[in-house]
Ligand binder design. Structure first.
Ligand code: CO
Length: 461
């Protein structure tokens, strides 16, 4: 028997788990009671912030995302906290100015964030440079991400080359992110092995179970030397979420990759979340069978449910098969972007427009126009010039890093929230979500005044 090299696990239950299964609706009150137990497991980290959670806290849950971070940090004494940072998109859907990104990273670290997983939807490294720089400067762990997709330009060499370029920025680890669940076991093995051999850096693998392949990809990745795999507790796993922690723990037991985690403790945590999940049945989108559409069309599950809603509104649900078939064609016209936030929405909406209006690119979405002008970054391959002409005419696309053209955004956010600001983090919230955060903060202030007048306790943690 060869050397024993433990595979470590990042628990995604409190970020990607409920983002994938429960429309990101899990409330902080349902996380806090189990944290001390989760803290005892010995995870590499728990992912519990970023991605869509920041927005939904304020938009749907009437919760302050910064308070969630503080509360979880308070209860997690030993385990590292991890978040998903959409690079220059921060935790939103468009590019923000560098001052917003910088302040966000600084405040996140101040409030206890340890590990930042940084990705750009186009794998445009220029869009990731500032995030990596700011995270490093704050002394936190910068994990660079390569978004996995399949196309003529995304071959083995692409993953090796991109990994190397990210390494040169001084990142602490690298992650392969398979948001659609299309990573087959063989490329998982090849890419992880190539990175381990050539980069000599910690490698983490993030897969979704959507098509039913993720656990196989993890096993092959373990054989190739992966350091960390992302899993969710069984009762919040599978389908569009990550593979189950307990299943991977047992599958790797008594192998050189044994995780060494306590299955009894894990099953207590699983029972807890099983109960919690029943509070969210109206948002629970788990289906029973693997979604193999994703393997045919490369369309992530979340995108298909968006299409269904969009087409229903237009009374055109019968057009769904046409829209699904249009997505890969639009993606090719757009230079093969990976389909992940926000490119999945850009390509998806344009595909729906092309079908609904009966003529391709007769109508372009604003996001398609911005994309063709270069404001999301450099597409992986050349775009179809004819299509670009249809969308933006003779306009010349920009060549620089998009955020270089954005003026500082903090000063005006500061002005906006002056009257109801309680902490500097509030300014960041307003800068990120100017349509949502001001109302949230205003309501919070009004509630507190009301409570104070009634003489009741104000917000005990
Ligand atoms: Co994910």
């Amino acid at each position: 028997m060869g050397e024993t090299r433990k595979v470590k696990i990042t628990d995604t239950t409190m970020r990607d788990g409920h983002q994938s299964l429960l429309a990101t609706r899990m409330r902080t009150e349902h996380m806090l009671p189990i944290l001390e137990k989760v803290d005892q497991v010995g995870f590499q980290s728990i992912e519990m912030w970023g991605g869509a959670t920041f927005d939904t806290c304020m938009r749907f849950l009437n919760e302050d995302p910064w308070e969630r971070l503080r509360a979880i940090r308070y209860h997690m004494k030993n385990t590292k906290l991890q978040m998903l940072l959409r690079a220059q998109n921060v935790v939103g859907y468009k590019h923000y100015a560098d001052d917003v990104l910088e302040e966000f990273v600084k405040r996140a670290v101040d409030n206890g964030m340890d590990i930042f997983r940084i990705f750009d939807a186009l794998n445009d490294i220029r869009n990731m440079e500032k995030s990596i720089e700011y995270v490093k400067r704050e002394g936190a762990h910068a994990q660079a991400t390569v978004v996995y997709t399949i196309s003529p330009v995304h071959d083995y060499d692409f993953y090796m080359r991109t990994g190397k370029e990210l390494m040169e920025l001084g990142v602490d680890s690298i992650c392969l992110k398979d948001m659609a669940g299309i990573l087959a076991p063989k490329p998982a093995y090849d890419i992880v092995k190539g990175w381990k051999e050539n980069l000599g850096i910690m490698v983490q693998l993030h897969c979704h179970y959507s098509s039913g392949m993720a656990a196989m990809a993890y096993l092959k990745a373990a054989e190739a030397g992966v350091d960390v795999i992302d899993c969710a507790i069984s009762s919040m796993s599978s389908q569009s979420s990550q593979p189950s922690i307990e299943s991977m723990v047992c599958a790797l037991q008594d192998t050189p990759y044994d995780t060494g985690l306590d299955i009894g403790l894990l099953s207590e945590i699983a029972d807890y979340f099983k109960e919690v999940r029943t509070n969210y049945t109206e948002f629970d989108n788990a289906s029973c069978s693997p979604d193999t559409n994703v393997l045919i069309y490369q369309i992530p599950g979340g995108m298909i449910s968006n299409f269904i809603n969009q087409l229903k509104e237009q009374n055109a649900l019968d057009k769904l098969p046409e829209v699904l078939a249009e997505v890969p064609r639009v993606r090719e016209d757009f230079g093969f972007p990976p389909l992940v936030t926000p490119t999945s929405q850009i390509v998806g909406s344009q595909a729906a427009f092309n079908v609904i209006f009966g003529q391709r690119y007769a109508m372009a979405t604003n996001e398609s126009k911005m994309y063709m002008r270069g404001y999301y970054g450099r597409p992986p391959a050349s775009v179809n010039e004819e299509v670009r002409k249809k969308i933006i005419g003779d306009e010349e696309p920009i060549e620089c890093r998009p955020a270089d053209l954005i003026e500082p955004e903090l000063p005006s956010a500061k002005e906006t929230c002056e009257s109801y600001m309680e902490k500097p983090e509030d300014i960041v919230s307003v800068a990120l979500f100017p349509q949502v955060a001001p109302q949230f903060l205003e309501d919070r202030m009004a509630n507190k005044l009301e409570q104070a007048n009634e003489g009741s306790d104000v917000n005990p943690i």
